[in-house]
Design a protein around this ligand. Structure first.
Ligand SMILES: *Cc1c(COP(=O)(O)O)cnc(C)c1O
Ligand SMILES: [Zn+2]
Length: 378
């Protein structure tokens, strides 16, 4: 309902008309940023009825590219708790595992599927290591869309079961997540199939993680926001949400953004450490944190840019460090899947102090036996 001014390729700057459906730049394959009429947003949020309203994903509807809120597909996503870490002063946990399908992906799916409804889409194809597929399956089938999810071998059985439970079709793929992604991409080029997943509108929805954090901190910024990076879409969405919050005057400074990856899939972190503007690719990612085992991150260049802009930090963590973090989280009532414990492991490894928000991205029930059964003395 807020006017979109234009859509611009992040990589080459090519502009697209506001109403055009474009996943990746037609010229260079870059991701697409959406520019709104920020004056209009400013008018909408410039009142206590906005700033004091309880946090929820759709509170920030004016930051999304939705034409009519009547089309909204929602399962009550967002509004997740920001709680104190029992073991570290100043550290806060944003528990995204409490979203309707157990991960933050629901923020992106709510916007992406609502947008698909507006675009009169009937079939959606999605590559996924599990969480994306489950989320798109839930929102897609609720919207009456047929959903087909391409799943690489090695996806946790619980996640595959979850995808099927929502009524989606599952196509089992050999190889890695990148293989599944390429298959879906080819299908889309051959048949015009509507792909869902790490494309434009999703990042618009994932802005709400960042917006909720500053809202829960009474429109103050923390020192750091620590984010696990797979494709980089969530990281970039959080950056964009904060950037736009600053543009409309909700905050006047920027927190440092911190990217954490598994050492077995360090696409962005290794480039950051080598001062390289583009992410490396990893042919065979090897990590217990399956949800971030993405060998070719669609939003890697964007993450590197955001790290530079926010004078951020980037680090890798080992599987052992991830499991240790999962244990510490569990002992304070927060059960995370391995990827969900990655930010916590990173904050620990970097020894971050001050106000540090760790995003716990996915629920432990998603991949309960990762790392083996829990011993009776844990
Ligand atoms: C998808 C996912 C991530 C990574 O998010 P990206 O947008 O791919 O960087 C991290 N943790 C969990 C639990 C996820 O499902
Ligand atoms: Zn381009």
């Amino acid at each position: 309902m807020v006017k979109i001014k234009n859509q611009v390729c992040f990589m080459c700057g090519k502009k697209y008309k506001p109403e055009k459906v474009v996943f990746r730049c037609e010229k260079c394959g870059g991701s697409i940023d959406i520019n709104y009429d920020f004056k209009e947003i400013k008018n909408l949020i410039n009142k206590p009825t906005f700033t004091k309203a309880p946090v929820s994903h759709w509170k920030y509807w004016m930051f999304y590219p939705i034409k009519n809120l009547k089309n909204m597909i929602t399962l009550g996503e967002g509004g997740t708790p920001l709680i104190n870490d029992k073991f570290h002063k100043g550290r806060l946990l944003k528990n995204e595992g409490l979203n309707p399908t157990g991960s933050f992906k629901d923020r992106g799916s709510a916007v992406e599927i609502t947008k698909a409804v507006e675009n009169k889409v009937h079939n959606i194809y999605c590559p996924s290591t599990g969480n994306m597929g489950a989320s798109i399956a839930a929102y897609g089938t609720r919207a009456g869309i047929r959903v087909t999810v391409y799943v690489p071998s090695g996806a946790p059985p619980v996640k595959v079961q979850q995808i099927k439970s929502y009524g989606a079709r599952v196509v089992n793929m050999r190889g890695t997540y990148t293989n599944a992604l390429n298959s879906v991409y080819e299908l889309s080029e051959d048949t015009g199939a509507y792909i869902s997943g790490d494309y434009g509108y999703r990042g618009e929805g994932e802005k709400s993680t960042g917006l909720e954090i500053i809202d829960q901190l009474n429109w103050q910024i923390p020192d750091y926001i620590v984010i696990p990076v797979g494709m980089g879409n969530h990281f970039w969405g959080i950056h964009q949400g904060l950037k736009e919050a600053k543009m409309v005057g909700l905050i006047d400074k920027f927190p440092k953004l911190v990217a954490i990856q598994a050492s077995g899939c360090d696409t962005v972190v290794s480039s950051w450490k080598n001062n390289d503007p583009l992410p490396k690719t990893r042919k065979n990612p090897d990590t217990i944190a399956g949800a971030i085992a993405c060998g070719k991150p669609n939003f890697g260049a964007e993450v590197l840019y955001a790290l530079k802009q926010t004078k951020g930090l980037a680090e890798t963590v080992t599987d052992g460090e991830i499991l240790q973090a999962r244990k510490e989280l569990g002992k304070q009532g927060v059960w995370a899947e391995p990827a969900g414990a990655v930010a916590y492991a990173g904050a620990e490894k970097l020894g971050l102090s001050g106000q540090v928000v760790c995003i716990i991205t996915g629920h432990g029930l998603k991949d309960p036996f990762a790392g083996g059964a829990i011993p009776s003395v844990y």
